[in-house]
Design a protein around this ligand. Structure first.
Ligand code: CA
Length: 232
């Protein structure tokens, strides 16, 4: 099997090198960028399978980098944020990042998240090949093969994570799915549950999804999880 290619974008040299070293030790081919513009150039030259992206960068920031590389072609992005509450802002902006890690993070956690992201991408590709049935819940129509969503007949643009989250909820309409279960099935997290950033990740993406499909369609059950309403 050919080696997976990762692009590490981080202006702090010691963090960048530590990430690159660890990923190389795990068998990845790694390219490194230290500012916004060179990250975009490198991404279009090397076609990485996954991008690790710091938010605060010289040149232009990680959000702009994310937008530009996603415009070129879809690639899973793990954002590296300085504060936990930044994830909320980032998800709300809908720049197309799939997951977030708050500094300081352990290298073990980085490796786990990167491989979870790659598994998700492969699973989505396999699903697209299967041409699974279109789901319809309370006026929300989800086509898993084409990865297209319409709400009351209007096309809604979802990020890959928002789409996977909606699909997971739509498979069991009206049922409350716990955050733990959503983390496992949508994000493919195994043992990271329990960290504050884990529930923050789910809540941030649900908030962003709600703003696109309509707030009344997703019910919150406090302390438990979320459900997609059959009759919003
Ligand atoms: Ca930085």
């Amino acid at each position: 099997m050919t080696s997976r290619r990762a692009l590490v974008v981080e202006d702090e040299r010691t963090i960048n090198d530590a990430l690159a070293d660890r990923l190389r030790a795990e068998g990845y081919t790694v390219d490194q960028a230290f500012d916004g513009p060179s990250a975009v150039d490198l991404a279009s030259a090397t076609h990485p399978d996954v991008v690790l992206l710091d938010v605060m960068l010289p040149g232009f920031d990680g959000l702009e980098v994310c937008r530009r590389i996603q415009a070129d072609r879809p690639v899973p992005v793990l954002m590296l944020t300085a504060r936990d509450d930044e994830a909320d802002v980032l998800v709300g902006l809908g720049v197309g990042a799939d997951d977030y890690l708050t500094k300081p993070f352990s290298m073990r956690e980085v490796v786990a998240r990167v491989s979870a992201l790659l598994r998700r991408v492969e699973r989505a590709a396999a699903l697209a090949d299967e041409r699974p049935a279109v789901l319809e819940v309370g006026g929300v129509r989800i086509d898993p093969g084409a990865r297209r969503t319409t709400v009351a007949g209007e096309t809604v643009h979802l990020t890959p994570t928002e789409f996977d989250l909606l699909l997971c909820l739509a498979r069991e309409p009206g049922q409350v799915l716990s955050r733990e279960r959503l983390l496992r099935e949508v994000w493919d997290w195994g043992d990271s549950w329990g960290s504050p950033s884990a529930s923050r990740t789910v809540d941030s993406h649900v908030k962003a999804l709600r703003s696109k499909v309509g707030p009344s369609r997703i019910r919150t059950v406090h302390g438990v999880g979320y459900a997609l309403e059959e009759q919003p």
